[in-house]
Design a protein. Sequence first.
Length: 124
Amino acid sequence: MKKELVIGIVIVLAVAVIVVVSMNSTQTTGQAAFTPGANYGPIGQNFNVYTQCSYVTTDDGWDVTRQTTVKYYNKLEGAMEEYSDQCSGAESISELHCEDGYRKARLVNCPSGTACKSGACVAE
């Protein structure tokens, strides 16, 4: 009887560990992944007014080859907002990223041989 109880406890603990690890592997704050060849500007200084940031689409870090959509609470407006990466001219993009719960944005020049279309740098 004791052996079965110990085995049962070990199984329950193993399942609990697996659940905790899988929950922590999907972070809403993302891991910054930069696109090779892209020229990244500084992060906007007013990011602290955009809190509770999470990804609506897949977290792509600072990858400019895919459009990302994030949602966040705008303290100035007192409301939740949703925003996607957007082109800023033909060769640059306003790139969004969730980090430490904040929505952060920066202007990024697309890598050579690409142009911004629909919020992502794509081959010309």
